[in-house]
Ligand binder design. Structure first.
Ligand code: CAA
Length: 294
């Protein structure tokens, strides 16, 4: 089966990025949100991204126009019922996700594949809320979606081979590299990334080195694009805390346990870049380490 029409649930950073790459690949894409202000905000992010690409001469004004012709926003779940593939990218709340999946399952034709961009929940726990677990999988994108090449295609024990193959083809169509992962919390990338990020917080907390030196160490010592504390601010400390808790719950292994400092920073509202403060303070011209009283 070929995927021609895409539905996206959620127009936050991930949903907007997914919608952008689908529309840029020429696929009619419709994004559903619960309030027009979220669509306006997400579409604002997309406009900024594509205008930057136009300014740099990477795409033409015509390409930008063609992308917007393919992209629509809606507040109605029902408007997604003609889609071949619906990708959910809302907050990591299983009940909320399942409520939407269950409704879509009833209104969509048999061919529609449902997918979740979850980064840590078990995909089968969502597939089970539908009557199409064979046409259900995980499609885990990375932030920033327009830049990051990878998508993890996650197979549950019930995902059909045809669904997997269709989704791998879809990833190719939108210019992404698909890798296959089993339905275990964190899949491949977060299974390895989250303990690394948590370890960086632990060594900072124990006073091994300053935030800047920890970041510089991993950036220049290993050629990583960002040091771990900068990456934590980028991903969001609240998001990481949530993922770590889900993974700790799943595996009961100490390496997934969120360190006390992470919890305290989330409690203080230090979510990273999105709140203006995390391991670094983003209120000035350039980020400076936050005084955490360490
Ligand atoms: N959205 C769209 N495009 C963006 C962007 C954004 N938020 N940020 C940067 N870009 C683009 C820039 O426009 C630029 O494009 P061109 O090459 O076409 O000019 C390119 O990316 C490079 O950007 P910059 O020169 O401004 O900055 P940089 O070289 O420092 O790169 C970065 C920025 C791409 C974010 C890079 O630092 C990076 O790759 N960081 C690591 C990101 C990462 O690890 N992401 C995964 C997070 S984990 C995750 O998402 C999974 C999960 O479940 C938690």
């Amino acid at each position: 089966m070929s995927i021609e029409k895409i539905g996206v649930l959620g127009c936050g950073l991930m949903g907007a990025g997914i919608a952008q790459v689908c529309a840029q690949a020429g696929l009619p894409t419709i994004v559903r949100e619960i309030d027009q202000k979220f669509i306006d905000n997400g579409f604002g992010i997309i406009e900024k991204n594509v205008q930057k690409a136009v300014d740099k001469g990477k795409i033409s004004q015509q390409d930008k126009g063609a992308m917007w012709d393919k992209l629509k926003g809606t507040l109605e779940l029902e408007d997604l019922k003609e889609c071949d593939l619906i990708i959910e990218a809302v907050i990591e709340n299983l009940e909320l996700k399942n409520e939407m999946f269950s409704k879509l399952d009833k209104m969509c034709p048999e061919k529609t594949i449902l997918a979740s961009n979850t980064s840590s929940l078990t995909v089968m726990a969502m597939a089970a809320s539908t009557n199409r677990p064979d046409r259900f999988c995980g499609l885990h994108f990375f932030n920033p979606v327009p830049v990051m090449q990878l998508v993890e295609v996650v197979n549950t024990i019930a995902t059909s081979r045809e669904t997997t193959e269709t989704c791998v083809d879809f990833c190719k169509k939108i210019g992404k590299k698909a890798i296959l992962a089993k339905d275990k919390s964190g899949f491949i990338v977060n299974r390895l990334l989250i303990p690394y990020l948590l370890d960086a917080i632990k060594v900072f907390e124990e006073g091994l080195a300053s935030a800047e030196d920890i970041d510089t160490g991993m950036k220049l010592g290993l050629n990583y694009p960002m040091g771990p504390l900068t990456l934590l601010d980028f991903v969001g400390l609240d998001t990481t805390y949530n993922i770590a808790n889900i993974m700790f719950e799943e595996f009961r292994e100490q390496r997934f346990a969120p360190p006390p400092l992470l919890k305290k920073m989330v409690l203080a509202g230090y979510y990273g870049r999105k709140s203006g403060k995390g391991f670094y303070d983003y209120s000035g011209d350039k980020p400076v380490p936050t005084d955490l009283g360490m």
